[in-house]
Design a protein around this ligand. Sequence first.
Ligand code: GDP
Ligand code: IMO
Ligand code: MG
Length: 451
Amino acid sequence: MPATVIVGLQWGDEGKGKTTDFLAEDVTAVVRYQGGDNAGHTIMLGEEVFKLHLVPSGVLYPHITPIIGNGVVVNPATLISEIEMLSARGIATDRIRVSKHAHVIMPYHIALDGAMEARLASAAVGTTRRGIGPAYADRAWRIGIRMEDLLDGAALRGKLARILPEKNATLQRQHRVDGFDLDELVALAVGWGRRLENHLADTTQLVQERMARGEHLLFEGAQGTLLDLDHGSYPFVTSSNPIAGGACTGGGIGPLQVTEVLGVMKAYATRVGAGPFPTELTDEIGEGIIDRGREFGTTTGRRRRVGWFDAVPLRYAVAVNSVSSIMLNKIDILSGLDEVLICMAYEVDGKRIDWWPSDADVLARAKPIYERFPGWKEPIHGCRSMSDLPENARRYVDAVERLSGAQICLVSVGPERNQTIERLPRLQRPTTASALGSAATRAGSEATAER
Ligand code: GDP
Ligand code: IMO
Ligand code: MG
């Protein structure tokens, strides 16, 4: 009963969508465990491009059950339009399951996100303005609306009647923007509930029953370790825990049920939004990487900031996620460079640091200490084995692997499923007696989990 967690090791956009899609063939369900429609996961199938924000990336395989776990914050309008987009393109969507306990991003969360960013001005986080922070804040404050609340209009009206006056007061008096009308919000939310009712389920029960049946499940993270609320460079982070541990709180598995943590990273660094970025490139090398790598946000269309590969947070990310194997994406984008640099450590106030400080002020003062590697000129999109790669590209992969302390098992040389080199077998932790899941055997039938 294997469970694989797919986790971003950098600032998001590492290619988790491609990785999930590549691995999904062998699993029965893919579970998103945190984040919301701030995520943008791109999958390319021939000429077809799918950009997914909420629906797990396994949806393109007909045999997969895509599950949105309790740790995700759901904007129902985005979910409905994504379901409709997939249906219109011939993808079966009835099988999509959404946790009854997932929190709803309400219109006032989106308004508050935008208003707060505007107020922070030069200190803004550069959020996606999707209402992620305010929705998670209300969850922690125990005044959130959950997906199941959308099914009971009267109870929902009662909850909103208690919450809305304060939200409106903040929006109108502090931020000088429009508030929301209770009747309109209730009507909107009840409409969402009606549309999504058949998709709602106790997803933890679904996950545990499948684990008990010995099925292989994938848990798809959004964002990345360096945007983690606890482990990233706070406050320039998102409001959830993208790290592998988030799969337990937000996906419905226990820590000992996880048999594999596949860390996803790309061969250079990118970041969207504000915050320190020690290896950032603002020269023509960076421009070239942005152009070749099409580094524009999937969700907001913003130009991503790019930089050299940074091994300092990599070691940290491998440790806090218990990474068992790595998939290295987008190495093809480095073709054509005379040399390729890797940041080995930082110099901060005259001292060498090789442990990720996460403190945004310290990071802002960090000067990268680089090691230089000879580049390679050849395009490598057609390579299907390590021996097809130019020697300098192989050396680069070896160097990154040495620095990470985990095995690079998969190397991606293009956005398509088949543009993937299987370099080494992935490591799986053997399941333990406790992982055999007494909880699962106690769980009821899958039918009772649905709604
Ligand atoms: P995610 O948020 O981690 O899923 O990543 P995004 O989808 O936001 O961004 C990754 C982009 O790189 C997508 O457009 C992918 O199609 C593309 N991609 C993934 N792997 C590779 C690769 O190895 N080479 C190239 N050229 N593109 C890739
Ligand atoms: P995927 O899953 C890259 C960034 C935003 C901002 C910060 C906080 O596609 O890798 P938020 O809207 O979450 O409150 O914004 O986090 N961010 C991402 N950056 N990829 C993502 O998702 C991101 N989701 C949020 O740009 O800096
Ligand atoms: Mg993305």
